[in-house]
Design a protein around this ligand. Structure first.
Ligand code: SF4
Ligand code: SF4
Length: 242
């Protein structure tokens, strides 16, 4: 059991309310930005920007179309980042048994050099961002302080369109599957992003790789990703329906 987030990308308008709410709740400083010829701003996730609305321009039926992808940590079952961090300090990344949220602790800030790069590299979604001085890393923690006090994550609370949904794992998975069936009538190639592996389930109306190269996972290690998750799922942290 635990909590999940369902992200219905067919409803996202790229208003960036979630991005701003994340910054506000986490008290994270703004980025110095400049026009890069894209609406995406800032251009990437960073140590201080742990939630980002990605904009991609594609051509569909001879017309330009924007794809919007509000990105964050997926809170993987048997999180690979945690598995990697455990070999250095098993308190640096924790996975909460009750909610499944994967969160970094202050201990992560004592890890640097190749060790922190290896933790970052273990993520199949390229999420953690290393600190400016090469020490530590940061990422979404599912608003752990809010969800353990009966609140929804700040991004979900701020979203005005129904894109972001938060609740019990089974409820969110069912919502995602039901919505997928509905969306497929208009978008036959619609898919859910890795629903068996993550707690943040995206509904993509087009090929996920069109939204972002790391939108869905690829084998990041010699071990097949399904094997990896299956092995980790059996571990004491974050087991699905455990
Ligand atoms: Fe860790 Fe990456 Fe999974 Fe988030 S998405 S829990 S950072 S492996
Ligand atoms: Fe999309 Fe909702 Fe975020 Fe706005 S607040 S960018 S609609 S996910």
């Amino acid at each position: 059991m635990g909590k999940s987030i369902f992200v219905d990308l067919t409803r996202c308008t790229a208003c960036r309310g979630c991005q701003v709410a994340c910054k506000q709740w986490k008290n994270l400083p703004g980025e110095e930005t400049r026009n890069t010829g894209s609406h995406q701003n800032p251009p990437d996730l960073s140590f201080n920007t742990i939630r980002l609305v990605r904009f991609t321009e594609v051509e569909k039926a001879g017309k330009v179309q924007w794809l919007f992808f509000p990105e964050q940590c997926r809170h993987c079952y048997g999180a690979p980042c945690k598995a990697q961090a455990d070999s250095i300090d098993d308190q640096a990344i924790l996975q909460d048994d009750a909610t499944g949220a994967v969160h970094m602790t202050p201990a992560i800030m004592k890890i640097g050099g190749q060790d922190i790069k290896d933790i970052q590299g273990a993520c199949p979604y390229d999420i953690p961002r290393i600190g400016p001085d090469g020490m530590g890393a940061n990422k979404c923690d599912m608003c752990f302080d809010r969800i353990t006090n009966g609140l929804k994550p700040a991004c979900v609370t701020a979203c005005p369109t129904g894109t972001m949904n938060f609740g019990d794992e089974d409820e969110m998975l069912k919502m995602a599957q039901d919505r997928l069936e509905e969306v497929k009538k208009e978008f036959p190639n619609a898919v859910l992003g890795d629903p068996d592996s993550v707690r943040v389930i995206y509904l993509f109306q087009h090929d996920p790789k069109q939204f972002y190269e790391h939108a869905v996972a690829e084998a990041a290690t010699p071990m097949n990703r399904r094997q990896l998750f299956a092995a980790l799922r059996g571990s004491r942290h974050g087991s699905r329906r455990g």
